[in-house]
Write a protein that binds this ligand. Sequence first.
Ligand code: ATP
Length: 219
Amino acid sequence: MASALGLFGGSFDPVHFGHLRLAAELREAFALERVAFLPAGQPWQRERGTQASGEQRAAMLRLATAGDPGFVVDERELARKGDSYTIDTLEEVRGEVGPDAPLVFLLGSDAFTKIETWHRWESLFDFAHFAVAVRADDADWQSRGPGAIPKSLWPRVSVNRRDLLSVPAGRIMTFSMTPLAISSTAIRDRVAGGSTIRYLTPDPVVGYIQQHSLYGTSA
Ligand code: ATP
């Protein structure tokens, strides 16, 4: 079986322990050689863009992942001009790793249930598998369960990791991760309100936010 690579896209504004646990648990579950964190250049679905710059979000990711040799930060989307689309990244990475290596795109259930709104979404499955971590704070998933997955994708759902890793792309697997109801929004709100964010994100990230007076205050 070719060794599999994990790709984890997001705004990471800022990165937090929910992201890090997702990456660690899915890396273990799918025996991924490594997980590349891909900070989005210009998240096209967000009305006001991100609050921290691309360079700052990448710097926080580097601080958060420095101690884990299984994690890398891949800044390719930051270098791209214009909107940042996952499909472009998947196409590019597939070109680099060749046709046979399994690629596994990691994401939370809240993000996956909106996949039909992504640019060229049906082509995404030509390039990678999708590993979906059920989020503790995803009310839609908690009430509807796997029914929250768009119906047209049901034939792609796999319940067997070996089956998924035996082909390079095209399958979907859901995964119950340790529930951590942490979000970047809540962290930004706490900083703006002057509350502590320690133990929601690694200490070096807390320090970076303070030093750069990110998210509205120097708290
Ligand atoms: P925001 O609050 O700004 O929307 P976020 O905390 O959801 O941000 P993103 O950078 O948008 O973080 O998320 C990147 C990916 O990580 C998405 O696939 C998202 O579903 C997933 N994710 C974020 N937080 C968690 C969490 N606590 N548990 C599981 N998955 C998460």
